[in-house]
Each structure stands twice: as structure tokens, then as C-alpha cells.
Design a binder for this molecule. Structure first.
Ligand code: FDA
Length: 526
């Protein structure tokens, strides 16, 4: 009640009157539950026992965000900010702290703030944080057939969280991250001030482009640089499989291809993106009860140009893939967006506006590879995956999604933005697993930790780097609001940010010294 009173008395803007749409939803409001659920992607965090916000605020304008911050501060409430709800570890809508130990919190959910204004003259767009990535792609494609934006593949991600944590996708080798293509932003800070780039200053503007927005305030919109894409792009998909039971797999075509891929993936020109997805499955031999374990590596490519050029470029560098013209499909950039988002590339582009997406219980972890994994390491990994599947009851085995770096990513210095994974990275790894039954959660989480452990010798070291947007609380959490800089740096801070962590801490100390915006992995002010 006192929050509601504060909120309405803080209405400095005429839009904040009672006849405007409902903005505050309390626990007993019939819309509370549907709003809370609406963008939860990870079902592990959608249980009866999951801590719930005491209020959800759904602002329709920036002034309501100001009021929400001022009143939360007055009432001693923690604030969670949600744009698309895709946070792997739930930090935008709940907490990992034990029920009796967490502070009461509210969610500021930005889904009503999603306007997009494209300016083709200066090749920029203003996008509000609550827009999903698909809405931005859609708006660009409606305005121009030769512009695009380098953000991630999943169209339901929120612009707010995705961009503030980095944001890579199929054209990032040519144009860099979403965060590398931001020219201005608006936000509300812990004092309730509305800031743009000039008012926030270059340090804070630096910090929110890859350092995670939630440590610094509520980002309400981004001004993005839209990029020029050719009218025709090419997509191809080629899978290689290896049967693990066969004695000598060293010469197997899929191993040979993978070893070659590791050597060329980050050296190819920026126009080509060629990623690999590695999975394992069990197949029955000719309908008999004998089963075999098969590893499949799917190579999927996007080339910014026509098919003939894609074929010659790939064959010059990676003949082992065996790419032919008939493996290729030519399409527009927006059709490639549909394809990588899991739709048919022939779908109506309006599907990119759909916010609903199947939620699952899942766990992911990330790594960076700077030296090719040797064949022995690869075979050991496959053996491990096989044991998990056959003997540990892992019905849905994990997949490894391997994303090549290089190109534009190697040209941008490690300190240009807080996202430090640049030159020297061959590829990023995402380990991903999903499962159906909640009582299996513990088993799957343990399995992922063991897989990660196995990979230690083959991935980056000191620190073992990780991608902030693939948030992983296994790396460490702030014990409480007063967790020290050293603790945070040595557990998760240096992994996500390397040496940029220090500058993030300085910015935090400057803009939010009382640590109002804090969570399990927020930047500490000291
Ligand atoms: P969500 O709303 O959960 O926010 C994530 C974090 O950002 C939270 O800490 C939140 O508080 C904070 N935040 C959100 N909005 C904010 C705002 N306006 N101001 C301040 N802080 C804010 N990544 C990638 O780079 N490339 C990819 O292709 C994919 N693909 C992908 C697929 C799927 C199915 C999932 C679930 C995730 C990805 N990701 C990804 C990871 C994705 O980039 C990451 O989860 C983003 O944080 C999602 O942003 P949302 O706004 O949706 O999340």
C-alpha cells in the first residue's frame, strides 16, 4: 500500500493518472500470474517454491520507471528489471537466495515499452528495451531490404538484456556485437535521473554496452546503428556423423572435418559465419535391438552474398566439408533471420513479432577455445557424452554449440566495451541441455558440471572466460549486498569481463555507490 501511495504521489507526469492503463500488479491481482509467467523461458524457475515479486510494475513511460525506482528505494525494496525474460539464471524476475534471506523485491517489466523508430537517412534506429529482437529485425526489413542489425538468433530475446550483455549472432563476424553498434541510450539511474549518452557520460555509456544493464539502472532505449547487408545472402547446412563403436575413428570424415574447421573457422572472411553444433544420439541398427552411438556435427553457414561465391570460398578453405551449389539456398537477410530463429525461411516475417515461445527446463554453460582441441580431447569428450547417455540415465544428452569468432571481432580491442572476448578466440562454446521432468533437475545440473570439468584442459585459462549473456551462477555469486570486489572478481567477474572488471567497478562506485541495483552477479561498488 505504501508503495502504491508513493507511486501515485510521485506522478510528475500527466500520463501517470488513474485513467491510464494499469501499471501496478499485486499478488492477488488476476493478471499478476499471467504477467509473471509471460516471459519466463527457463521452467526451473517457474515453480511454486520460486520466490515471487511483491509487485510487478509494467511502465508505459519513463516517468513511471522513475517513480518505481524512487518508491522502491523509499520502501527498501529490491528491483529486478525484465525486458525479454531470457536470463538463463532468472535474475530478471526472481532470486536464487533462500526464501528467508532474500529481500522483498519488485519487477519492472518493460514489455509495454517497445516502440521502434527507424531513420534510414542516418542509418540508425531508436529501440525501446521491451521490444524483442524479432520486432527490431522486422521493423528494419519493413523499412529497407538492404539493412540489418547484428544481434542474436532467437527472436524472442529482449533488446534490453540482450544488448546490455553483448549480443552476438550470425553476422557478428562482419559487424561485431549488438553492443558494438550502439550510438546512444536512455536510462534511469538509482537516483531516478533520466540520462542519455551526454548526461550519463562516456564511462557509464561504456559500462552498459556489455557490462550488463542491471548493475547500473534501467535502460529504457537504445539508439542502434543499422548495418548494410547485401540483397542476397546464402545459407547452407551440412551434417557429418561418426559411429563411436567403430574401432578406429581417427580417419573418420567428421573428425577430419572438425579438426579442419577448428583451424579455419575464425580465419575466414567476416562475410561468412560457419558454426557447428555437436550432438550425440543412440540409433538402432536395421530395426534390431542393437544400438549404436552416433555423434553428429552439423555445420551451418551464412554467407553475405551469392551462393556461387559461398561455394568457392568454402571450398578454397574447407574442402573437407564438401559444400556444393545444391546445398545452398539464396534468400534475403530477413529470411536468414527467420531460418536461424527456427522458422521456415519462407514464412511471413510477421512471425518475428510473436512473443510466445516454448519454455523448457534448461542449463547452459559457456567457454572460449583459443587452441584447437586435439583429437584425443575430442574422443574423450564423446566418450564422456556416451557414458552419460547410456549409463547415467541422461535421456536428453547435451549439445555443444560452437560459434566461430575472428573477423570484425578480432579488430575491436578488449577494452572497447566491457565484453572482452575478441582477438585470439577461435570459437565460443555453449553447452546446453534441456529436460522434461522437474525431479530430474539435480541430475542434469550435475551432469553439466562434470562435462564442464572435463573440458578444463581444452579451453581458455586464467581466467577461464565465460559469456555474460549465457549467465551461469555456478561461476560464483555475490553472497550479499556487501560482497567484496575481490570475491566477485575472482569468482565470476574476471571470467565475464577480464580486466574490464576494474573499470566496471569504478563506474558502479560512481553511479550507484549504495549498490541499490544489486543481484547475484551485479558489479560491486568497491
Ligand atoms: P532478461 O529480461 O531476462 O534480462 C537479462 C538480464 O538483463 C537481467 O539481469 C536483467 O535484469 C537485465 N536487464 C534486462 N533488461 C534490462 C534493462 N532494460 N535495463 C537494465 N537491465 C536489464 N545471446 C546471444 O548473444 N546470442 C544468441 O543467439 C542468443 N540466443 C539465445 C536463445 C535463447 C532461447 C535464450 C534463452 C537466450 C539466448 N541468448 C543469446 C542469451 C541472451 O542474450 C540473454 O539471455 C539476454 O540477457 C536476454 O535478454 P532479455 O532482455 O530477454 O532477458
Amino acid at each position: 500500500d505504501s508503495f502504491v501511495q508513493c507511486f501515485s504521489s510521485n506522478t510528475t507526469n500527466p500520463n501517470n493518472n488513474t485513467t491510464s492503463p494499469q501499471v501496478i500488479f499485486t499478488l492477488n491481482d488476476p493478471s499478476y500470474q499471467p504477467i509473471l509467467q509471460s516471459s519466463i523461458r527457463n521452467l526451473i524457475f517457474s515453480q511454486n517454491s520460486t520466490p515471487k515479486p511483491i509487485l510487478i510494475i509494467t511502465p508505459h513511460n519513463i516517468f513511471q520507471i522513475q517513480s518505481a525506482i524512487t518508491c522502491s528505494k523509499n520502501q527498501g525494496l529490491q528491483v529486478k528489471v525484465r525486458s525479454g525474460g531470457h536470463d538463463y539464471e532468472r535474475l530478471s524476475y526472481t532470486t536464487s537466495y533462500h526464501y528467508h534471506h532474500h529481500e522483498p523485491f519488485i519487477i519492472i517489466d518493460l514489455f509495454n515499452l517497445r516502440s521502434i523508430t527507424i531513420n534510414l537517412e542516418d542509418e540508425t534506429a531508436w529501440v525501446e528495451s521491451g521490444a524483442i529482437v524479432g520486432e527490431l529485425y522486422h521493423a528494419i526489413a519493413k523499412a529497407s531490404s538492404v539493412h540489418g542489425f547484428p544481434a542474436g538468433s532467437c527472436h524472442t530475446m529482449g533488446i534490453g538484456g540482450h544488448v546490455s550483455g553483448g549480443g552476438f549472432g550470425t553476422i557478428f563476424r562482419k559487424y561485431g556485437l549488438a553492443a558494438d553498434n550502439i550510438v546512444d541510450a536512455t536510462m534511469v539511474d538509482s537516483e531516478g535521473r533520466i540520462l542519455n549518452r551526454t548526461l550519463m557520460g562516456e564511462d557509464l555509456f561504456w559500462a552498459i554496452r556489455g557490462g550488463g544493464g542491471s548493475s547500473f539502472g534501467v535502460i529504457t532505449s537504445w539508439k542502434v546503428k543499422i548495418v548494410r547487408v547485401p540483397p542476397t545472402v546464402t545459407i547452407f547446412d551440412i551434417s557429418k556423423s561418426v559411429v563411436l563403436e567403430e574401432d578406429d575413428v581417427d580417419d573418420d570424415a567428421s573428425i577430419v572435418s572438425f579438426m579442419k574447421w577448428q583451424n579455419i573457422a575464425n580465419k575466414l572472411p567476416g562475410e561468412i559465419f560457419l558454426h557447428a553444433v555437436m550432438g550425440i544420439r543412440s540409433v538402432n541398427v536395421n530395426g534390431s535391438s542393437t544400438s549404436r552411438t552416433v555423434i553428429t556435427i552439423s555445420f551451418t553457414g551464412l554467407y553475405l552474398g551469392e551462393a556461387d561465391k559461398a561455394v568457392s570460398l568454402v571450398n578454397e578453405n574447407f574442402a573437407e566439408l564438401g559444400l556444393q551449389r545444391n546445398n545452398c539456398k539464396q534468400m534475403s537477410w530477413i529470411q536468414s533471420v527467420l531460418y536461424f530463429s527456427g522458422f521456415s525461411y519462407k514464412s511471413n516475417i510477421d512471425v518475428l513479432l510473436q512473443r510466445n515461445q516454448t519454455s523448457q527446463s534448461f542449463k547452459a554453460k559457456s567457454d572460449y577455445v583459443t587452441k584447437p582441441i586435439p583429437v584425443s580431447g575430442l574422443k574423450g569428450l564423446w566418450k564422456k557424452m556416451k557414458m552419460m547417455m547410456l549409463f547415467e540415465g541422461i535421456k536428453n544428452p547435451p549439445v555443444l554449440i560452437l560459434t566461430p569468432y575472428g573477423g570484425r571481432m578480432s579488430e575491436i580491442s578488449e577494452s572497447e566495451t566491457p565484453f572482452p572476448h575478441r582477438r585470439g578466440i577461435i570459437y565460443g562454446v555453449q553447452y546446453y541441455v534441456s529436460w522434461d521432468l522437474n525431479n530430474e533437475t539435480g541430475k542434469y545440473l550435475m551432469m553439466m558440471r562434470r562435462l564442464y570439468e572435463y573440458m578444463t584442459p581444452y579451453v581458455s585459462k586464467n581466467p577461464r572466460a565465460a559469456y555474460l549473456n549465457y549467465r551461469d551462477l555456478d561461476l560464483g555469486v555475490n553472497r550479499d549486498k556487501n560482497t567484496s570486489y575481490e570475491e566477485a572478481r575472482s569468482s565470476w567477474g574476471s571470467k565475464y569481463f577480464k580486466n574490464n572488471f576494474e573499470r566496471l567497478v569504478k563506474v558502479k562506485a560512481d553511479v550507484d555507490p549504495d549498490n541499490f541495483f544489486w543481484n547475484e552477479q551485479s558489479i560491486p561498488p568497491q
